[in-house]
Structure formats: C-alpha cells, structure tokens
Design a protein around this ligand. Sequence first.
Ligand code: MSK
Length: 664
Amino acid sequence: MPQEKAADKETAPRSTDIAVCEVLEFCEGVVETAFDRATAIRPCPIGAEGACCKHCAMGPCRLVGKVERGVCGATRATVAARNFARQVAAGASAHSDHGRGMAFALLAVAKGEAHGFRIRDEAKLHAVAGYMGIKTEGRSVNEIAREVAETALAEFGKQAGELIYLSRATKPRQEIWRKERIAPRGVDREVVELMHRTHMGTDQDAENILDQCLRVALGDGWGGSMMATDISDILFGTPTPLQSQVNLGVLKEDEVNVVVHGHEPTLSEMIVAASTDPELVEYAKSKGAQGINLAGICCTANEVLMRHGIPPAGNFLSQELAIATGAVEAMIVDVQCIMQSLVEVASRFHTKLITTSPKAKIEGATHIEYDEVHAYNSAKEILKAAIDNFPNRGNTLIPKVGEGLIAGFSHEYVRYMQGGLYRGSFRPLNDAIIQGRIRGLAGVVGCNNARVDQDAPTVKIVRELIKNDVLVAVTGCAATGAAKYGYLRPEFMAQAGAGLREVCEAIGIPPVIHVGSCVDNSRILTILTQCATEGGLGEDISDIPAVGICPEYMSEKALSIGSYFAASGAYTLFGLPSPVANSPEVVDMMVSGWLKRFGGAIEFEPDVDALIQKALSLIDEKRRALGLVEYDPDRFGQSGDRVLEEVLARLPEGELLNVYSTER
Ligand code: MSK
C-alpha cells in the first residue's frame, strides 16, 4: 500500500498516514501535538483498568494489589461497572443532546423560524411520521414536521413506557428487551437514573448497574442517535452515493481554506451554502484568493461529506495537523472531539479558531455564536472572518497526499441499490450471505487514539475482512481512516475476496461502504434489522453473521455505541485494553453474561491479529448456527471482473492510488 508508512516501533505510536507524518516532521520541536503528549504522558494503569473510584470524598480509592474494596466497601466489580456505566452515560448524552438539537432545529423550521433551512426530504419525513404513529393525510409538510419534532422532543423527557423507536427493532429483539427489563423509557430519564444509581452508596450490584448502562445505551442507539440521523436526513437530505477526496491534500494553496470540525450538521450545512454565495466568493477574490475551499475533520466532516461531497481533511488525530499546514484560514468547531490544544496550535499560525456552540467554548478561541434563526447570516459572518484572514497566511506545507472515495450509503440507499425503487430489498445481500459469496458483515466504527498508530488497526482490519469476503460498513473516524487508504473506492474491489468482489461489482459499490458519522451508527442497526426481517438469516440481529468492531476507540460515545450494539444482539470487539479489566467478574458479565441474555457482547482485544481472527470465527459460528454452507474462499474461484485487475496491474505504482492533483 503506497499510503501506508510502517510506524517506527522504536518510538511511541505515531501514524501510518504519510500526510500526517509529513506535517508531524515539520512540527517536531516547533509545535506540540497530541502525538507528543501521548509520548510524554503515560496512561494511568489504575484508571485504565477501571480500578480507581473517585465517586466520593473518602477516596479516590485505588483497588489494586491486595486492596479488594474501597473505604465504603465497594468491590472491584461495583467500581469497574460504575466507571464503565458513567462513561456510557456521557457518550449517550453527547449523541442524544445532538439529537435533541436536531429536533429543536426541525421545530424551528416547521414554525418558519429558521431562515435558510427547509425540509429537503419529504419522503423521509413521512416515513418518520409513520414510525411515530403521526397522521400525515391531508396535512401540510410543516404541520407534520412540527408534530414529528414535538414527538421527538417528548422522547427525551418521557417518564414511563418505552421509546417509540424500539418498535423499529425485530419483534424477538423487543421481547428480549422487555423480558430482561432493559427497554429504555425516556432518553434523559435513563441517564439521570444511571447517575443516581452510580452515586456513592446506591446501586452496588455490578450486573444491575450494567443493566441500567444498557438501558442508557439503547436510549442512545434507538433514541437520540436514531432521531439525530432521521431528522438530519429530513432537513438536509438522505445521503446517496457521491464522489469526493480525503486527506490533507484537499486543502488548497490559492483558496481560502475553511475547516469545519465537530459533529452537528446544522451550521456546517449553512457554511456549505454560504461558501458558494457570489458575494462571498467575490469578497474572497478581492483578498487575493481564487475562492473558498471547505474541508472537514471528524464527524462534521462526515455529515457534509455524505450530503455534499465536501472532502474530509482528516480524522480525529489530524485536527492539529490541518492547522499546522499553515493553510487554514479558519477552523470552525461545534461540539465533541475538539482538542483544547487547537488554540495553542492556531496561535503559531494565522488560523482563526472559531467556536460556535454555547455548549462548547474554548478559552482563547474566537466565539461567534450560531443560532438557527439567523443561520445563514452566522455562516456568512464566519466565512467573512476567514476571508479577512487570508492575507495573513504565511508559508504553507500542504502534503500532496489525497485519495478518492465514494460515500453516501444511507440505509435507504443500501436497500435501493439492491433492486431499485420498486424492487428494493435486502434479498440480494441475504442471498449472497446464504450462498457464502459474502461470508458476513462487519461494522467498523470509531475514533483514532493517540495510544496506537493512527489508522493502522482500522486499515489492517478492513483489509483482512474484505480479503475474507466480509462486507464492511464504516462510520466516523474509522470511515475517514479507511478512505485515506483507498478502501472507499470501487477499484479496491481488487483486494476483496472473489465472492464479495462479484457482489460488489454487480451492484456497483466498493467493498467498504461509508454509512455516515458516529450518530449514524443507528443506520447500521437499521441495516441489520432489515437483513433480519428480509428472511433466511434468522429472525434477529443476533442470528446474522455480523460483528461490530471499534479498532481505535477514544471517546465515551464509542462505549455507548458498543453497548447498544451488544444489547441489540451484535458481538462487538474493541481494539484497546479493557476499561473493566480490574474486575474479571465484570469482564465475564459483558461477554458471556450478555451473550446469554442478549446474543451480543463487548470484548476488548488489543491484539489486532487476534481481533481479526475472533471476528471471522464469530461470523463463521453464526453461519453454522444458521445451517448455512461453510464459507469456502475458493468456492467462487476467479469470479469478478478480471479486466479491472489487469488494468490496475498495468498502472505504475501510485498512479491511481494515493496521490491526486489538488486541482479538483
Ligand atoms: S468524531 S467520537 S473521534 S469517531 Fe465522531 Fe471521530 Fe470518535 Fe469523535
């Protein structure tokens, strides 16, 4: 792979991304980055294993060595479960508060108070109204939208009953949630109850704490996140496949570079619209630039990539380096995954760091508060500040490294691509799995983590999975990671096993499909549910030959995602050491206990090769349980488009891959 650079094992983890390495080399001794701090700061081994309890002022208690209990008598299991559960609560809150923000935005649009926004996908609005039991006949779009928004908002504060969207799961899954008493009542209620239960001296039964943790996580996956995805689609359009590029090479020497970073799509949608405003483009030219170039980092990047093809400049660990290219006039941030160090890095260059959310100010950054009512004007004000900054640009270092990609695979499109508008279904995919052309499915999701080589685990896992005929869906920073190395290009079918390749060629998709940002992991739940209800692969997500993998997790949101995947019946593997390792009892509850009760589990496996083998064996076990033909990599011989392989073989190395012109 031309894009991969072997990380120097003598040193601390760095990156396999040659663009990142190029800028890091320049930063050496000049600009401090997360890579440097990760080398300087050793992770606390006590906290890392969930052995530290700091829930009251008698501690912090370190349950290590011969210490089995804290001052209050809390056991290792209680402490590990409480720590994990609180992390899940924080992650679920981040996703769900994002979902609440989207519901408020929809309400403002429906009331005609959000200038510049409109409902772009009426079909999706009707579909969502259907899930919510809202009458649509004879009503205007805004009336329906208003009731959808109000119903969604009510889901957060609901005190009893069940979240409405649980009814979108398979019937057997709903029964499991009821039987095991983990069906969430209201999104916020479950988080508050978890914080109560994990207060000193309250819930002191690890399994009971973990049950509440799953209730919270389900409130995220089938509540806050799913509503965030749906409402984003209603307001900004349901994604369909489109082309773009990725990596630091998407920044332009001769244009005003504006990088959007964070998670929420409302402001970034307006930034996209304003970036082509003739008045602003002319203004940029008056300052000596050729135009305005937008790029993204983290999941705001994924939101605007999925709907507009705006190129991601990188994933989580690339955020400081985008600024260190010296070519970014403004980095506009909203919420989540934004490093406080950006202020310091930006101060070394001319970049304006602009915070926009009242929920996320950063000392030293410029705050331009965004509100839906004046969204377009806010976007213009921000872009104008970026343009004004263009003449201040000094020397730049934009690595000539980039990669093409295809993104935009909403679950609606995945269904559509298997038969079109009138015959769309999951039948072809299910049949391919049943025949063994596709061995199984994997969702590869999550972040970068400065404790491991940036992108290395994700890329290795994706490569091995597709080689073994596993169709991969990616989200979040894992999606950007896979994209940087070419895996989101249809040409990369050449690396897939023969069976997977044949299916991808027939449908016209890459072997790795980008389904969105981290809240869009809810799309994976929907895809798996539709596979289950299509027939032939059992009756529930837990029957399907599928795994969830989070190779480089960093965020608490990833733990919430893993927990709702597990409670939804998916075995989920995390590629870092276990945060509950201090309690073998809790480790066992989350693997064999959850497997028995929910058909899904969470396991932490830092050895990438072992993780890949585990993922493949889990898929094969499900195949056997369903009585499907045993997977045989040679069954489909040399099927697939051999011509493509020959064309690729004739090209000099690097011609198609890795380097593209910055002229787009
Ligand atoms: S941005 S949560 S680093 S995926 Fe969604 Fe990336 Fe993980 Fe943040």
